[in-house]
Design a protein around this ligand. Structure first.
Ligand code: SF4
Length: 358
């Protein structure tokens, strides 16, 4: 199986920037970005990131807002915050060199078993298997595993069964080959079994049960929240708040607001949230835009309204910091994706108003 897999990988691997010029730093950054994210999405972010932070020392010394700004739009922002924290620790505790040991790596921020195994094996040829979603899918089919692949027991079993195999191969090539096979051939829907180097011994294929694997139990329904936010204007400036580092989307900026409650209207939601969160009164005006967005565990529909400041001095009761900014400097701050769409709508609206006034 190893020989067939390696031969297939040699012929079919996709060119990726971190494969042509590989360094432990590039492996680490690319693997952190590739978690939950497609290769095609990652490539431009990867180039921007290593262009701005070409080595660990530069990343460690960077301002956290600059790191979040480069990451803006890639999602799962704790990955960016952890990269930054881990870089600082690697500089202070390891003299700037990424450790190669699998267990030592797992002591660093953001290095769970997956990233630690990827860096140890791909950058340093340590024989430890990488078990991500692709790998779990491939081997649940290849070995015909009947249990839920989300279960920790299955992940641990796959890890244990792959450990002697990765030790018999070139670890970096073996791990990348399985992940590539999962991405290109043993795909979630309609796997291309006729092109698969593992087809001869694949339990799912040879027992005609490919569609039954991987087994996943039903997920609970994803909650949906309706959110109202205010684009609050005062003296030509807009009020934004920075989320606390310990919150989801920590360190990113946003427009004040919150979840709709009971049978209140969106305008009432915005008025109440702004009062509760900032201690100010606003007059809620027109709707700017409505944005739908899905996070891992919930979905939102975000309604953004223009608001005029009426009275009070804003106090950051739940935010880390508040700022009045003009429209041209809004984009200097890192925002979550849904808020980014609101900024686009504000700029379009401002451009239209300017056109009308000419
Ligand atoms: S033969 Fe088909 S189901 Fe089995 S590992 Fe290959 S692609 Fe996946």
């Amino acid at each position: 199986m190893i020989t067939e897999l390696m031969n297939w990988f040699t012929l079919n691997q996709r060119p990726m920037p971190w494969r042509t010029f590989s360094s432990p730093y590039w492996v680490w950054i690319s693997e952190a970005m590739l978690q939950q994210t497609q290769v095609a999405t990652v490539i431009p972010y990867f180039y921007r990131f290593v262009d701005q932070f070409p080595d660990i020392e530069t990343l460690a010394a960077a301002d956290s807002q600059a790191v979040l700004k480069v990451w803006e739009g890639l999602g799962y922002y704790s990955r960016a915050r952890n990269l930054h924290r881990a870089a600082a620790l690697i500089v202070t505790d390891f003299g700037g060199g990424i450790p190669s040991d699998y267990d030592t790596l797992q002591q660093l921020p953001g290095f769970g078993p997956y990233i630690a195994a990827a860096v140890a094996s791909i950058a340093f040829e340590v024989p430890v298997p990488v078990v991500d979603g692709n790998v779990l899918r491939v081997f649940s089919r290849y070995w015909g595993i009947p249990d839920d692949i989300r279960a920790a027991k299955v992940r641990n079993d796959v890890f244990d069964r792959l450990t002697p195999l990765v030790a018999m191969a070139q670890p970096s090539q073996f791990n990348q080959a399985i992940m590539e096979l999962g991405a290109l051939v043993c795909t979630p829907k309609n796997p291309h079994c006729t092109q698969c180097p593992l087809a001869t011994d694949c339990v799912a294929l040879t027992t005609h049960q490919v569609s039954k694997f991987p087994f996943k139990s039903a997920k609970p329904p994803v909650p949906h929240y309706t959110i109202g936010v205010g684009v609050i204007w005062k003296d030509g400036k807009i009020l934004i708040g920075r989320r606390r580092d310990d919150q989801m989307l920590g360190g990113l900026w946003e427009f004040p607001g919150g979840k709709q409650e009971g049978d209140e209207s969106i305008q009432e939601t915005i008025s109440r949230e702004v009062d509760e969160e900032l201690g100010i009164k606003v007059a809620v005006g027109d709707c700017i835009t409505v944005v739908k967005h899905a996070y891992t565990h919930f979905k939102i529909t975000l309604h953004a309204y223009t608001c005029a400041w009426v009275e009070g001095v804003p106090v950051p009761q739940s935010a880390a910091e508040l700022r009045w900014v003009d429209i041209d400097t809004l984009s200097d701050h890192p925002f979550p994706k849904a808020n980014g769409r609101v900024i686009e709508a504000i700029k379009i609206q401002a451009g239209q108003l300017l056109e009308k006034s000419r």
